[in-house]
Design a protein around this ligand. Sequence first.
Ligand code: PLP
Length: 357
Amino acid sequence: MRVYNFSAGPSMLPLEVLNRAAAEMSDYEGCGMSVMEMSHRSKIYESIIEGAEALLRKVMGIPEDYEVLFLQGGATQQFAAIPMNFLKKKASYAVTGNFAKKAYQEAQRYGEISLAADMGDIDYTRIPRQEELVIDPDADYFYTCMNNTVYGSKWNYIPETGNVPIFSDISSCILSEPLDVSKFGLLYAGAQKNMAPAGLTVVIVRKDLISTPMPFTPTMLDYGAMAKAKSMYNTPPTYQIYILKLVLEWLEGLGGVEGMAKINRKKAGILYDYLDSSKFYIANIEKDSRSIMNVTYHCPTKELDAKFVAESIERGFQNLKGYRSVGGIRASIYNAMPVEGVEALVDFMAKFERENG
Ligand SMILES: *Cc1c(COP(=O)(O)O)cnc(C)c1O
């Protein structure tokens, strides 16, 4: 039996995709081998990686003047790769949560980094407003984490930055809603939230921004070298890229990111409407900063949080426990979580409120 898995990542993949991968597991399209066993330089694999890139470009509307890179090392590797490749004088970072803070700390190892905003003082309960941002006009880039996976907040606007290109970590919101890629210098995402199994990182970068990285930069972290080699400088994460292609085909069948966004807004709406009507649960993120992928809330006491999590597991829900340093409850409702999963969660929440409120 499949459970409703509310994990923040790795997270649910569409059942259709898993079934298709299972059917093709030992013999991909009659070639007599698994995708896992293929040479990454074979004709047949070429059709998979090129197909994945073409579909991603189509679904996200990625303009021609952007590179699409399929890399490894997770999103966390990019925290270092970004300054190594783009930090010439200085950069400005907005610290809006756990992963933005990690990126900010890592970047400081490589040069001068200024804080454009730090929302830690108010426990990351909202995204900074435009007028609060202090972006150095000479910055090489302005760094944001678009969806804050741990806290459940999201940039619901694209900031004005003058001539400073915006770089954004979109690990936990890629493909969830339409996004105007042309407004960004660089976007990147680890695969394990909305794209594929862990092990693949997608980087989308404006070609004219790519230049010679810092001299000590490993070749594997040199975006120019990876672009020149078409993500095949060494063996790419071949199976993950294949699953990404299947996920993109599934997404297209739902009407692309527009169709996906309708479903995602419906799911988040069901949960937030219930939270807003409840006198029991407390949702801390301010309304205009809410994420539609990670919904965070808590019960009146820590004991009730623990009871909620324990009973939710009995009910067949997995991974509702909040991030270890934050506590409370976090329901991650990525693309592959069906509407029925959210409805079932709200039913359970209402029952728990009646019994414990
Ligand atoms: C999960 C996540 C990360 C970390 O990803 P890894 O692939 O584990 O390095 C970074 N940023 C965001 C926004 C995330 O959701």
